[in-house]
Design a protein around this ligand. Structure first.
Ligand code: F0G
Length: 546
């Protein structure tokens, strides 16, 4: 592989001792989100907003406009979104314009490019029926979306107690919380083969697209709940909760066909769309000759709207987008002659985040995002990025750490049930026990409700200054869920790799450290929530005993 970047600015790591970290862990109630980043050696808490931006992004920030109304970044971002998601267009034009301004050209909106069915309107239509919204980050876009659909469906069905359900290939935690807080039941329909083993020899050669939605269960659920109770079908690309696994074009297309059969819109959670497109390019039949831009265009041709946390594949430190097709299926379902869905959304955007020209983002951040969105489509960038994740997974595997294979898009995921020999009620573990016996390994037989994944995260900070994130029984509240919803919980620890930040030294250090933890797994403590058991999104806030 050809390397993608060289370093221009570097920050030395500070060395702290396990005793120092233990002291701080105590004072922060063993909550990893509250642990100071500067005391860590490697931080895998999130790949969100933690990107080291490229030089062109910094350059673009100097070219920003901080005007309150219709700053030129507003148009630059709209053009970028149109090029990226609607047109699969050449990228150079905008980058040149952002950085150097073509001679004799001033910034002006491109009204001619407004089309019915498009994701962006820049002219009068953007006032009459807005369909493109800037927000500070992804969850703000989600807030606007879920508040608005609840408001509209309640208004359309006065006096009725609607029981709304949204099926997805995998809900991210904040997204799930937004749905729930608006009385919508989120359902995870992971691919039926999600947990099947994948041979290490096949890594880098093939990919089963474990991020896919279970199409059979999708249709069953729509029929059972009734299409009138399904606001839309949600596809998360890549599937963060489903171990960052990609979704195939075939699956996206088929999910769209099922949705259409019942006249339902399809919505994308597009935070890591470029990584997903790269997997399609590399592994799906018929796409190796297609560019990321072309694949992106095709993927998005199967959605009626999307929210995006631009802090991931926008390569920016801040930013979010909500957009839906002008007069598309989503617009049609949620608009009436008296109230346009976009107008209701815009009200919320202005009230919560700021006027529609900036939506809570500075002009500088908007410009950095424009260049980032385009840069993220570079094959050279994506290859370097995904090779780094692959390297982390392969090295962990070599240390006997049970890691989800094939490697996902943005992170390595440790299989907590395997790491601690956890038995899950209702799932037969005799084959796993047998295997451990054959390999001469002691079977620990830990309880899923003891949150050993969280124990692992705390111990990694204490012993090695490595911060991961539990996304499993603890974060997804196994203990607070009923039997049916427990089926949608996967038990993982995530090591999310920030973009353009780490070297191979970090990867090797991490794999060796976690390998050592695996050998010593019996000593990893269980975790108990001692404060904030029933707080919403409790893993960000509550206190733990380890
Ligand atoms: N959707 C997905 C798939 C995400 O991964 C995230 C954030 C969001 C929506 C929300 O976006 O953070 O900009 O408000 N994921 C981060 C993570 C926080 O660590 O995975 P946001």
């Amino acid at each position: 592989p050809i390397p993608f970047f060289t370093n221009l600015v570097v920050r030395p790591c500070h060395i702290t001792t396990p005793q120092e970290r233990e002291e701080v862990l105590k004072r922060t109630e063993n909550n990893p989100f509250a642990f100071p980043a500067s005391m860590l050696l490697v931080d895998y808490l999130s790949d969100s907003g933690s990107t080291a931006m490229i030089d062109l992004q910094w350059a673009a920030m100097f070219r920003a406009d901080e005007s309150y109304g219709r700053n030129h970044g507003y148009y630059a971002l709209q053009d970028t979104v149109r090029d990226t998601f609607e047109r699969g267009d050449n990228q150079k034009r905008l980058i040149n314009k952002v950085i150097i301004d073509e001679p004799n050209e001033t910034w002006k909106p491109n009204y001619d490019a407004d089309i019915e069915g498009g994701f962006v309107n820049q002219g009068q239509r953007q006032l009459e029926r807005p369909n493109f919204f800037i927000t500070p980050q992804g969850r703000c876009a989600e807030n606007i979306l879920y508040l608005t659909i609840r408001q509209i469906l309640d208004k359309k069905n006065p006096g009725k107690q609607l029981k709304l359900t949204i099926p997805s290939n995998g809900w991210f935690d904040t997204t799930e919380a937004h749905a729930r807080s608006n009385g919508i039941h989120p359902v995870n329909l992971f691919a039926p083969y999600f947990s099947e083993p994948f041979p290490i020899e096949e890594v880098g050669k093939s990919n089963p697209f474990k991020g896919n939605i279970d199409l059979v269960r999708l249709e069953e659920l729509i029929v059972k709940e009734g299409p009138e109770n399904i606001p839309f079908v949600l596809m998360t690309i890549t599937n963060n909760t489903g171990a960052g696994q990609p979704v195939s074009m075939e699956n996206i297309k088929a999910a769209h066909a099922i949705a259409r059969k019942y006249d339902l819109p399809v919505w994308f959670d597009a935070a890591r769309y470029a990584e997903n497109a790269f997997f399609i390019h590399k592994y799906e039949k018929g796409y190796s000759e297609k560019s990321i831009a072309e694949i992106t265009k095709e993927m998005f041709s199967y959605c009626d709207g999307f929210t995006m946390s631009c802090k991931k594949d926008g390569l920016s430190n801040m930013g979010g987008i909500l957009s839906f097709r002008d007069k598309g299926k989503f617009w049609e379902k949620y608009s009436t002659p008296e109230s346009d869905v976009g107008i209701l959304m815009k009200e919320k955007q202005i009230l919560l985040y700021g006027n529609d020209s900036y939506g809570g983002m500075s002009g500088r951040d908007i410009m950095a995002l424009c260049v980032g969105l385009l840069q993220a489509q570079s094959l050279q960038y994506l290859e370097t990025r995904l090779n780094q994740i692959q390297s982390l997974c392969v090295k962990l595997h070599a240390e006997h750490v049970p890691v989800v294979l094939p490697p996902g898009g943005h992170a390595a995921f440790i299989d907590v049930n395997e790491f601690f020999d956890i038995t899950v009620p209702g799932i037969d573990s005799s084959a796993r026990q047998e295997k451990a016996k054959k390999e001469g390994r002691k079977w620990l037989g830990r309880d899923i409700a003891d949150f050993h994944g969280q124990g692992l995260v705390v111990e990694l900070i204490r012993r090695f200054g490595i911060r991961g994130c539990e996304l499993g029984a603890y974060a997804f509240e196994w203990d607070n869920k009923n039997e049916a919803d427990r089926k949608g919980v996967v038990n993982l620890v995530r090591l999310a790799v920030p973009r353009n930040v780490l070297s191979e030294d970090h990867i090797t250090f991490t794999a060796k450290a976690i390998g050592q933890m695996y050998k010593d797994r019996e000593s990893v403590p269980r975790c108990r929530v001692v404060r904030g058991q029933h707080l919403r999104l409790r893993h960000f806030q509550c206190g733990l005993e380890a």
